[in-house]
Design a protein around this ligand. Structure first.
Ligand code: MRU
Length: 341
């Protein structure tokens, strides 16, 4: 299933839903340059680990198509554009992976001295393939994840992981959506996800559109709800998973995982294969994006803030990792190796 978070515009354009305006306003941006997409990704107009990879790939294809007609589709342009896109957000590994895949396809076609229009066609097809594959992986995550969701479960989730964050039905949201469609009668608790409100602005929008019963809570209420027996399981997404199973995800995920363990509640992470980074042995090597303090405190004079956008949850407190190829269980190093081999 494809969604309306992103799409191809007129020839050489990419259309993205500006997520900073949701849920109040549904406005699309027509982007026709890599630098336009760089700004959109940095500003979180388009966001979510798999979706920023897809968006970056589509922007490369779109600008390549325009450059093909003016002899501007060169190896130097492709390398520089790929580099600018890859450096926009450091934590989500899907972004660097998608951009590198596009760069290789483009450089390969240029090295074979194919006609510029043909090179651009290859890039367009590759971007579409990255999108299609992500949509299919989301469906697989949904099918695999439904097996861990009991009937009538109250599921707590964090940040946003659905159609606004991926190329399909979502990662953690894909599990929730599939379980709901199978009639499991879920009740979803969405953490608001300070400071940018991906939970209260975006996940609640997705839940509403899907007709799934839900409540939004402030991030600080999660522990208390667990203590009251109101949470049966936690499912979150991931931005990067190290070779040992340590998981980087939206700031606050680590606290939820530790709270879940303290209350004997299963804590699952849902992610496609593109979110694993086996070049990193453990989570302490994952780069953590630092964002402006103004996102937390606004323009308050004299107030300084510290705003890491992600944290790392150690593999020891993760009950299972739901992938498009099934649910991984500890020990994760061996399970991840089997998955990726
Ligand atoms: O900063 P964001 O909004 O891009 O963060 C998104 C998340 O942390 C999601 O949980 C994550 O990308 C994985 S699920 C698609």
């Amino acid at each position: 299933m494809h969604t309306d978070a992103i799409g191809w515009g007129p020839s050489g354009w990419v259309r993205v839903l500006d997520q900073t305006l949701l849920p109040g306003e549904v406005r699309y941006l027509e982007l026709h340059t890599v630098d336009g997409m760089v700004e959109a990704i940095r500003a979180l107009r388009v966001r979510g680990a798999p979706l920023i990879g897809i968006a970056a790939a589509m922007a490369l294809a779109a600008e390549a198509e325009q450059r093909a007609s003016v002899a501007g589709l060169t190896p130097a342009w492709l390398d520089a554009a790929a580099g600018r896109l890859a450096s926009t957000r450091p934590t989500a590994v899907n972004l660097g992976w998608a951009v590198e895949r596009m760069r290789r396809v483009g450089q390969g076609a240029l090295a074979r001295v194919e006609l510029p229009a043909r090179v651009a066609e290859h890039l367009h097809a590759e971007a579409q393939a990255i999108w299609d594959e992500d949509a299919a992986m989301c469906d697989g995550i949904g099918r695999a994840g439904v097996t861990v969701v009991p009937d009538g479960a109250s599921v707590l989730t964090h940040c946003n992981t659905g159609v606004l964050a991926t190329g399909g039905i979502g990662t953690a949201f894909g599990v929730i959506y599939t379980a709901h469609r199978e009639g499991k009668g879920l009740d979803v608790i969405a953490c608001e996800t300070r400071p940018l409100g991906q939970g209260d602005r975006l996940t609640s929008w997705e839940l509403e559109r899907a007709g799934i019963p839900h409540r939004v809570i402030v991030d600080g209420a999660a522990g208390w709800l667990m203590a009251q027996g109101e949470v049966d399981l936690v499912i979150t997404g991931a931005d990067r998973i190290a070779a040992n199973g340590d998981v980087a995800n939206k700031i606050g995920t680590y606290g939820l995982a530790v709270l879940a363990q303290a209350h004997g509640i299963p804590f699952y992470v849902a992610a496609p294969r593109t979110t694993f980074d086996r070049s990193l042995a453990s989570g302490d090597l994952i780069p953590i994006e630092q964002r402006a303090g103004a996102e937390i405190v606004g323009p308050l004079p004299g107030v300084s803030a510290y705003n890491p956008a992600f944290d790392v949850t150690p593999a020891e407190v993760v009950t299972g990792i739901i992938t498009d190829k099934g649910v991984l269980r500890p020990p994760y190093a061996a399970a991840i190796k089997r998955l990726l081999d």
